[in-house]
Design a protein around this ligand. Sequence first.
Ligand code: NA7
Length: 873
Amino acid sequence: MSHTRGARVAADGNNGTSAGPQVDVVVVGAGFSGLYLLHRLRAEGFSVRVFEAASDVGGTWFWNRYPGARCDIPTTDYTFGFDPELEREWTWSEKYATQPEILRYLQFVTDRYDLRRDITFDARVEGAEWDDKTGLWAVRTSTGETVSCRYYVMATGCLSVPKAPDIEGAPRFAGEVYFTSRWPHEGVDLTGKRVAVVGTGSSGIQSIPLIAQQAAQLTVFQRTPNFSIPAHNSPAPADRLGRLAADRDAYRTAGKWSRGGVPMEATDILGGTASEDVRRERFEAAWEAGELFAILGVFADQGVDPASNEIVSEMIREKLRSIVDDPETAEALCPKDHYLGTKRPCLDSGYYATFNLPHVRLVDLRKSPITTITEAGIDTAGESYEFDAIVYATGFDAMTGALVGVDVAGRGGVTLKEKWADGPSTYLGLTTAGFPNFFALTGPGSPSVLSNMAVSIEQHVDWVTDSLVDLRATGMTRIEPTLLAEDGWNQHVADCAAITLHPTANSWYMGANVPGKPRVFYPYIGGVDNYRAACDEVRARDYLGFRLSGPGGEQCHDGVVRRLQPDVAMVLSAMAQMELPPLESMSPPEARAFMEMSAGMRPPGPDVGEVVDGVLPGPAGELEYRLFRPASPGPHPVVLYFHGGGWVLGDQVSDEPLCRDLCVRTDAVVVSVNYRHAPEARCPAAAEDAWAALQWVGAHAIELGGIPDDLVLAGWSAGANLVAVVTQRARDEGGPVVRGQLLLTPATDSSMDTGSFEENADGYVLTAPLMRWFWDHYCDPGQRTEPTAAPLRGRLDGLPPAIVVTAEFDPLRDEGIAYAEALRAAGVPVEHLAARGHTHTSLTMVGVVLSGARVREEIALRLGALLREPVEV
Ligand code: NA7
């Protein structure tokens, strides 16, 4: 292999005259990502050609030359970090550099690493075809050249294809027309002109104050008001510069392992529970910082909790109202139709104050939509306007526009456009099945636009380059993800988005700005840190989810890199960091005290109408209960609930957040009754108590505010075991009436030898040793096979309908499934809900594991149907 630095000949020694490639790698685009990729690949001895449609390097920063164009990540971070020497040689003049300075920087980088000689400018890549026989790509350019290569990388950026103006009559306008994204290089003089700006995204918001300085009249056409905060531009921020100077590596590492690619101190303060003073203080600090990640991180929960988000949103609106003189204009500028952050917020320099100028006017298109563009200007429903120039700041076909815009044909001639017709599908946001040896940098399914692009780009480039080096070292020449891995990643990307407020917005993150574009959440919102960890893990697990082949052989470690729900993973990792002692290493009283202490730190669960504590008679003394009543007028159906805790831990309040959640979602009275615990009272004491509770609650439904005979039993874990046991007994003893049973991750058998028991023996809170500890305390070995302990071994016909919920990562999963199947076989109506990516405990973590809410909603729907369905009694 030729590893000559900068060689034009492919690494397998071929010059393109025989069956081999002309170059190892073709890269499309010479922006931040294409430049760094070229540098790294070349340093590793690969031959590379870069094609760039523009006449020079720069990508986004070549094209977007509108007045006021700046980066919106501080230059301390929006910069290459791969070479300390480079960092020493370049000093940014401002906190947020202007487009000309960023372009100069990229030109400087290009020259410093002598990159130009491998870049062909003014050459647009129009098509790329994979040949499965030769294992090569043929890349066609607008200059008529076709180049064969082993690997094809699109470094085409996320916001590079301007959205076509989708406004009726646009071509008719006879005056000057400008697009912020294609601003003339020689600049534009708008002095003395009547100018319209259409669009108030980042480009509009950055350019409007400067256009206003020139124009005689400026009319801003706003469809959606956007959140914007002042950039407070200045020299680069002293605190960040100081940290960089003190320890550059540590600072850069912190950026790489941060959520957004910029070192930030994460907060755990929640909007709802913070005091007014704390809220104000945190907001003002973020406003003063003038940084996107600061305003998006005022509270830990503002991206997921509407109420928390609204606190920050309203504070921004207050600021805006205090800046804009005319109250009607101020109100029209106030964003109210989307949550802060669900459309990319802007950083501005004097945007809102611009509307105080006498020659600047805002037209609210929500009130008065554009009907047509005319030869002379713009007609809205209410008025006709005449202009000398129209500036469109109407955005981009983001994330996928540039990728599907090229005719990329993979195996069997299927194009990327065809494959992605219903939305992008990728593995790690970098690769896609059916397109071997193809990589997209900052593609959909990667953090890209939600992150500091500079950091994300370096991570992508390093991952791709390192992979190509690995392939070469092992004699592999093909890499392609498997469908299993890709589907798993798509699911993970969707799971991450689903717990946030993002899917609620009509944003370009959702493809909503381009008519007909599939509505999915395009970027990966799980964080730069988690993304990097996933990519690293794929390599560390020897290319998990990829099929590799070549002269060196073939390999495929198929699998899914992220299977846990993202918030479940976060909780598990936080718990792992606490290095808590295992419960089974404690005595039962110690374990109970520990559980009680942890319960004190969790969110309380939703508000209910009323909470009533009481006692009921049990076989060995009183049993305490706590009743949760809905706010709606009663009487209500009744859910008799038994808590989890392995028959050893817990009481009537230990599952309170879950009980409140059930109460609110089902609009039923939930009565959570305590029972005697082991080892003090061993099996069947708990089941005897549960039976007594059922009889008493059944007989006292009216006093409790319930509807007689409208009762279901519900329980979690050991509590679900008790539900199954007493439901069987109620059948045998002819009452009380039980309309249904909800078994949430139930313990149904004592064998402890199922596949799920083995697979999930460790690491998911309920471990195999803990489960053994529970059984040992609860039940003598001789009794464990009795139906009073192991209801799976009981008679199952004639039981009321069941809702069985199992969690994927739960030792008890298979015994839950077995119970559901056995019930079904016995003729009992069963709804089985398999909670994907959940653990034994995560579904009960109300307000913490947000992904559990979807499952609880499903449960409530089914429970509600059982409760309200008229049945023969
Ligand atoms: P954006 O953020 O997509 O903004 C485009 C703006 O143009 C936005 O206000 C749109 O309103 C508006 N728009 C788009 N089409 C129309 C029509 N037909 N009529 C009226 N208004 C329209 O693009 P930018 O270039 O500003 O910013 C892109 C990113 O670049 C930015 O997030 C930073 O990351 C850098 P809408 O919101 O769709 O109602």
